[in-house]
Design a protein around this ligand. Structure first.
Ligand code: GMT
Length: 378
């Protein structure tokens, strides 16, 4: 199949999922066209099966806001015509599903029919999409998609609760390339980050308010009072400065390593003992899955789709949002006994196998095939 993928090209989970999906689909013989405003961060490999088409939005002084969705829909029309793209898979409803619908209608005028698959990732529904400013357009775009997927059962339920949806929503969870996390490193270079007796606690996110990174700091502060420990904070975002000040106030700045945006997530997870994800909302929690695939147990909140990934008492523990004391208690329970820590590490790895990309990517292929068949019948 010739598949057009529209996504945000940034470090966010939706862009990562879209990119990894496109790369895997290309390995399975499909021709993939990424269409977005920058080359996606995890898209290192361009080949005759993987193409990237940049959407340019010319600056024009009359426009207070540059019309990205207009430029995107025009680009989609051109790319479908030029490359014979058969199906468009758009990740994140805003504005991608909306722009794709406009492209579809323009193409229909020329007798070309291209169906749209929309994948909902979370913040497009729970944080932004349900805002009254966007809600009618998001509802319309979801209802006009030929197929809709959500990354967790929880997100599907949220979508049905928040919007008036007429379409069926398929749950297709986030996935992981387990080969990437079967560390070939014989030495994780743990010694560079901590001494043998120190436990390594890690958090990876875009450091937005919704991630509650202050809770990460609070839990870590409690852990390091009970045992020697280091905190690895990976990612960049609006909360970064506040967090640094908080660490300084607490007198733990020398125990916290800020990695910024790192492409070496696998290496960092390789030497981690525990992963913290105390988010306020989280439709899936790809970062937790990546940790688990590296054999790192997870202490998380019990919000959104996280309980579909992190299994209570098996791969880690879940607490109510903001319950730092319970998170600390659970973290210390895992970390204070080496044998127990090993059991949780191996359980985390085992649980991650459910999300093997070889199991999940065929689900998307089946949706594409089904959608194309239905559209041919119409
Ligand atoms: O978590 C973020 O801030 C990034 C966000 C995004 O839209 O890229 O991630 C969302 O999509 C990921 C991939 O499906 C999910 O794993 C994340 O849980 C979800 N984030 C939230 O729901 C907050």
């Amino acid at each position: 199949m010739k598949i057009g993928i529209v996504c945000y090209p940034t470090f966010g989970g939706s862009g990562v999922v879209a990119t990894e999906l496109g790369l895997e689909l290309s390995k399975r013989g499909h021709e993939i066209h990424f269409i977005t405003y920058n080359q996606p961060v995890r898209l290192e490999l361009l080949s005759n099966h993987v193409h990237y088409h940049e959407v340019n939005v010319p600056e024009y002084p009359l426009f207070h806001y540059q019309p990205y969705e207009l430029a995107l829909s025009s680009k989609l029309v051109d790319m479908v015509k030029l490359h014979g793209i058969e199906i468009l898979h758009v990740h994140y409803a805003i504005p991608h599903a909306y722009a794709a619908f406009m492209a579809k209608k323009m193409l229909e005028e020329e007798g070309i029919y291209v169906p749209i698959v929309t994948t909902l990732h979370g913040t497009d529904i729970t944080l932004v999409g349900s805002h009254p400013f966007y809600k009618p357009a998001v509802t319309f775009s979801i209802n006009k998609s030929d197929a809709v997927t959500a990354v967790s059962q929880s997100l599907k339920e949220d979508t049905l609760r928040l919007f008036d949806i007429k379409n069926n929503i398929h749950v297709v969870p986030n996935f992981i390339d387990l080969n990437k996390y079967n560390h070939g490193f014989t030495d994780c270079q743990r010694g560079m980050m901590a001494t043998d007796d120190e436990k390594i606690i890690t958090h990876i996110s875009n450091l937005r308010e919704v991630k509650r990174v202050q809770d990460v700091v609070a839990v870590f502060y409690n852990i390091q009072k009970a045992m020697p420990a280091k905190l690895m904070l990976v990612g960049e975002g609006p909360e970064r400065e506040k967090i640094e000040y908080r660490c300084q106030e607490l007198g733990i700045l020398d125990k916290v390593v800020f990695f910024g945006k790192s492409n070496e997530i696998d290496k960092i997870l390789c030497f981690s003992d525990l992963f913290l994800l105390p988010s306020k909302t989280e439709s899936f929690g790809l970062a937790a899955l990546e940790a688990m695939a590296s054999g790192v147990p997870v202490i998380s909140s019990n919000t959104g789709g996280i309980p579909e990934v992190n299994i209570q008492g098996v791969s880690g523990f879940l607490s109510n949002v903001g319950d730092v004391d319970d998170m600390t208690k659970n973290a210390l329970h895992i970390l204070s006994d080496d044998a127990r820590l090993e059991t949780f590490k191996s359980n985390a790895k085992k649980e991650s196998l459910k999300f093997d990309l070889h199991e999940i990517v065929p689900q998307y292929e089946a949706i594409y095939e089904d959608t194309l068949t239905k559209c041919l019948v119409l």
